[in-house]
Design a protein around this ligand. Sequence first.
Ligand SMILES: *[C@@H]1O[C@H](CO)[C@@H](O)[C@H](O)[C@H]1NC(C)=O
Ligand SMILES: *[C@@H]1O[C@H](CO)[C@@H](O)[C@H](O)[C@H]1NC(C)=O
Ligand SMILES: *[C@@H]1O[C@H](CO)[C@@H](O)[C@H](O)[C@H]1NC(C)=O
Ligand SMILES: *[C@@H]1O[C@H](CO)[C@@H](O)[C@H](O)[C@H]1NC(C)=O
Ligand SMILES: *[C@@H]1O[C@H](CO)[C@@H](O)[C@H](O)[C@H]1NC(C)=O
Ligand SMILES: *[C@@H]1O[C@H](CO)[C@@H](O)[C@H](O)[C@H]1NC(C)=O
Ligand SMILES: *[C@@H]1O[C@H](CO)[C@@H](O)[C@H](O)[C@H]1NC(C)=O
Ligand SMILES: *[C@@H]1O[C@H](CO)[C@@H](O)[C@H](O)[C@H]1NC(C)=O
Ligand SMILES: *[C@@H]1O[C@H](CO)[C@@H](O)[C@H](O)[C@H]1NC(C)=O
Length: 832
Amino acid sequence: MARLLCFALALALPLRVLAASPKKNVTDIVPGLYENQMAFTAASWYLPYQSKLTDTENATTWVQIDLGSNASPVEQVQIYPLVQPHYWPETMPYVSFAFPSRWKVEADDTDSFNNPTMLIDRTGEDQPNPRDTIQTIPVDRKQSAGRRYLRFTATKLGISIDGQHYQLGLSKLSALSDGTDIAEGKEVAVDSALGNSGVVNLGSDPYNADLPISNSSALTRPPRAMGEGVITDNPENVIDPKDWNPPQLLASTPLSGVKLGDGVIKTAMVDNIGYLLNDSMGSVDKLVHDFLARAGKPTPSNLNYPVGYWAQYQGSNAARFLMGASNTLRWIDNDELRSRMEAVVATIAECAEPDGFIMGYPQDQMFLGEHAAYTRAWLTHGLIDTGLTGIKKAFTLLRGYYDWYNKYPLLKHLMRGSVQGAQGMVANTLMALSPVGTPRDANVVQQYFQMNFWRDGLAARDPSMIWQYPYDHPHTYLSTNMEAYADLYLLTGDQRYHDMLLGYWELFYKHWIHIGGSTAIVEFGQYPPDSYRLDGLTGELCGNSFWIRLNQRLHWLDPDNEAYTNQIEQSVYNVVLANQNGDKGIIYHAHLVGQKDFEDPAVSAYGNGMINTCCEGQGTRTLGSLAEFIFSRANDRSGIYVNLFDTAAITWSTPDNHNATLSMKTQFPFHNDVHMTFASSSESPVRANIRIRVPSWAARPMQLSINHSNTTITGYPGSYLSVDRKWSSGDTVSFILPAEYHLEKYTGEYEIPGHSRYALEYGPVLMGFAGALSNASISVSGSKPSSLIDMLQGSGQPLHSSIPGYDSYEVMPYWQIGHQNFTCFPVLDVAS
Ligand SMILES: *[C@@H]1O[C@H](CO)[C@@H](O)[C@H](O)[C@H]1NC(C)=O
Ligand SMILES: *[C@@H]1O[C@H](CO)[C@@H](O)[C@H](O)[C@H]1NC(C)=O
Ligand SMILES: *[C@@H]1O[C@H](CO)[C@@H](O)[C@H](O)[C@H]1NC(C)=O
Ligand SMILES: *[C@@H]1O[C@H](CO)[C@@H](O)[C@H](O)[C@H]1NC(C)=O
Ligand SMILES: *[C@@H]1O[C@H](CO)[C@@H](O)[C@H](O)[C@H]1NC(C)=O
Ligand SMILES: *[C@@H]1O[C@H](CO)[C@@H](O)[C@H](O)[C@H]1NC(C)=O
Ligand SMILES: *[C@@H]1O[C@H](CO)[C@@H](O)[C@H](O)[C@H]1NC(C)=O
Ligand SMILES: *[C@@H]1O[C@H](CO)[C@@H](O)[C@H](O)[C@H]1NC(C)=O
Ligand SMILES: *[C@@H]1O[C@H](CO)[C@@H](O)[C@H](O)[C@H]1NC(C)=O
């Protein structure tokens, strides 16, 4: 998800054109970049200090640190500015906010500063903005010796974050004595007029929630685990390909050989084709515009090019199209989709630079915003999946590009300097795993992007590693990083990656997966464990798209663990389908109460904000892939796994090279009966192990009848039932999925005092109460909240019902709710 508010400021300071001089230092390679940048992106633990706002810059405010009695003499003071992530990184050079233009640092024996000693005096004339660099300033040890208090005083204030006022903002102060920060953990005091002491909440606007809090104690916080600078370069993390020992994958996702019949999944995939071909998404001319422009080729005029992500994230529009189209074409043929896909790849190839660079933005914009990483990841996904449809050119282009990228001279700046470590990391590992991958593709991310403190903290199940991740907004993008760590495990077999994945999965599942399966942590704001917000900022579709991919990888490793496919199923019904607006568009957040955000006003205020967001891009990719989640193949060729229930058939090759096909027919979730028929190219019976998921939501054990009741076997909820036998063409398996209505009690920040709210689910399907307001309350006649289920009256349409006494409500699958008011978490009060 992009930083939504950035595009108003986009490209405010265009980069200078690169001079042809020999490349010497960072500034020469990317103007506007410099060596000693601070890794500043805020995280909740590192919220800065902000004074009160004033209307004049001519005001004085101070912060002071008690270094303790017997404090050692200070030889350097370090001042960390405040850099507001919303304004980063689309503006370059980066600027700090609320940094005073005149200031001084003094020491004294007493906290009243009656007799101060001047250590640094910058009050004589206006000082330049320090941008995002840590100011390290030597002081005379003799001057500070024996003085207990250090005071930073601003005498002329900087412009506040809101751009309308003046303020003092700093993110940390250090006092170095023999190289040690003696200010760390020490008490901070502030002046009484403009100072903000302790933790002060400065606003509740969720879209401004990056810096909603001032925390004076944070001025003396300890350093972050990987330091405060932007550079990451850890050659010791590289595992030599000679030592790679990939784990055994027990199952794999079919890349072809699944045929869809009529059902929920096919309908969604066909709607996704409509979306991909819609003119508002773009003709081929629109799709390739950025590549032509970057290559200096003529671009068609009058494209009616919308603002927002489309224009700013150069190349992302084509990448979005490729992600959706290429995945779809593996399952459903469509000539128009295929010819547009081929035309897009051909133009990207025409625009490729001799050194291999293919992106839709110029090379010197690698640091201009998160868009470089965002679009690199999208284009990598899109071209890999295009290559898998048989267009080899897509692989050649990628290989050329990554040969360029892997030698990029500023790799050590990329992770913290342009968010390449978030969306960007998975691009490299996917590349490494692709048919044209090389070990270097993975070694690059180990050296420059890998975070050992995070790996080990997640393995230790430390929740702060998720919601107080110290280097970026703690949000669902963490799941896409986790895909990359999963890939590193698949490539190298290093157990530490695996421990990390399981730690992350468990923490996320326990504390940030909503009832119904959506993700309860998003880009903006604070999301403590179990906070479970229901409206506004929750349930990013891209978060679940990444969660699906992580669970898919875990399924390959441990396919009999039903928990992973259960997460995929919930994400599909309750987020992916729920956020698809037919063939018209793809919705960003999965709000659970109120109204769906078809047109989130906070986003749309900036124009066509909903077009080409991360959730749209990852959404169309996921919708185009839906067919691959239904079945998986056992890698020992012993048979298959049936993961989701829909009308579809899979063909696989048996150990004696016969083709076997299992055809499944069902109208689940509208009807619970499932019928499967086996066929094979062999005259004689064929051995196959067909493992059928018995979902953890099943209300009771599931009876499978083989060959029309000649044989019955029983499977238990939360497992795969293995039916391992010799099969002849025409053999059948039938069962009734034990899906029933059930209630789940809500806990979290949206509890209503004195009452309990519940979600109603039918099997995996989250139900919504359309027509009801967010906090609607239902008086249940019966002895317990679940008596609500007995009150439901079928309305003729499957899974739709009414509730006597609540005529304006219609209970239906959440994914089917449109523009109505609704709640998924009504209060249920037992009337008794
Ligand atoms: C880097 O290059 C820039 C522009 O050519 C120059 O101003 C700067 O002094 C150089 N810095 C270093 C550390 O060489
Ligand atoms: C601050 O004081 C200076 C000189 O005293 C004056 O020029 C400037 O306009 C003042 N700024 C504000 C915002 O009042
Ligand atoms: C304030 O900063 C201190 C020191 O880093 C930290 O322990 C505390 O958790 C922070 N409070 C909040 C609300 O972030
Ligand atoms: C594209 O979507 C718009 C808006 O939903 C719709 O009115 C139009 O008919 C669609 N166009 C095509 C070619 O499908
Ligand atoms: C299996 O299917 C493939 C692809 O359709 C076909 O080429 C092959 O001949 C089939 N094998 C047998 C044994 O029928
Ligand atoms: C199904 O029944 C047929 C005959 O009715 C038999 O030949 C076949 O072995 C049976 N298959 C299974 C899997 O029981
Ligand atoms: C299986 O049952 C069918 C009828 O339901 C019967 O015709 C068939 O002979 C039975 N097959 C075996 C192997 O018992
Ligand atoms: C719903 O109830 C919660 C908790 O009492 C309250 O904070 C919230 O404002 C209410 N929402 C609406 C839309 O009334
Ligand atoms: C949703 O509820 C509000 C009252 O909170 C009402 O004004 C509005 O008309 C309702 N919208 C729909 C689509 O029913």
